[in-house]
Design a protein around this ligand. Structure first.
Ligand code: ITT
Length: 202
């Protein structure tokens, strides 16, 4: 059984791959197949975008199980932004520059930094191989969240994206200061994938 991780984000794919070690699949990334697809993510939800990616890859590679992740950071004081636009937030800016943009937006709200509550959200779309007679793609979505606080400085070298400014009060550390193993146990992605695992066991 071969499972293709439909993501061009290598950090994300690495996390998924690590968690999938407990599953009974040979795991492939977009580097193992002929072409990486450019999927236009124009749905209005994490679930919708995860399904768009999974279905595009399913149509191109119907012989594999397909796993697509759509995820992002939702900041309460910014009404849930950047949300589904997390990858595109700040355009081509580097992450340190994106952090500055978030801090300046948060400062403008006047909300106390201790109250800069945020969550990471992940939707995992899963397609089984083969084409159904109806032509409909059989896909399922599993979700997970993790809660934290936006820190007013960046800390740590692990993880990727917004991890250095995502503070976990129960650890006294950011997502970039805990180990990859710890992150996978408690992350939005880890939780969504454990829902998938439960589904696969039934
Ligand atoms: P694919 O669509 O090819 O999978 P992408 O990076 O464009 O790659 P998304 O559209 O789902 O994926 O954007 C997710 C963004 O949300 C990601 O680029 C990060 O900025 C942020 N993000 C998601 N999960 C994260 C995590 O675990 N730690 C830090 N940032 C994360």
């Amino acid at each position: 059984r071969k499972c293709l991780i439909a993501s061009s984000n290598v950090n994300k794919a690495r996390e998924v791959q690590e968690i999938l070690k407990d599953f009974n699949f040979e795991v492939l990334t977009t580097h193992d197949v002929e072409e990486e697809l450019e999927v236009i993510e124009d749905a209005d939800s994490f679930t919708g975008n995860a399904l768009l990616k999974a279905k595009a890859y399913h149509e191109r590679y119907p012989e594999y199980y397909i796993l697509a992740d759509d995820s992002g950071l939702m900041i309460e004081a910014l009404d849930g932004r950047p949300g589904i636009y997390s990858a595109r937030y700040g355009g081509d800016l580097s992450y340190p520059e994106k952090f500055k943009l978030i801090w300046s937006e948060l400062a403008e709200t006047g909300v106390d930094p201790n109250e800069w509550r945020a969550k990471f959200v992940c939707a995992i779309a899963w397609c089984e191989p083969g084409v159904s007679l109806s032509g409909e793609v059989d896909a399922r979505v599993f979700q997970g969240e993790m809660h934290g606080i936006i820190l007013d400085e960046a800390r740590g070298e692990n993880g990727f994206g917004y991890d250095p400014i995502f503070y976990l009060p129960e650890f006294g550390k950011t997502n970039a200061e805990i180990s990859a193993e710890e992150k996978n146990k408690i992350s939005h992605r880890g939780r969504a994938l454990s829902e998938l695992q439960k589904y696969l066991k039934n």
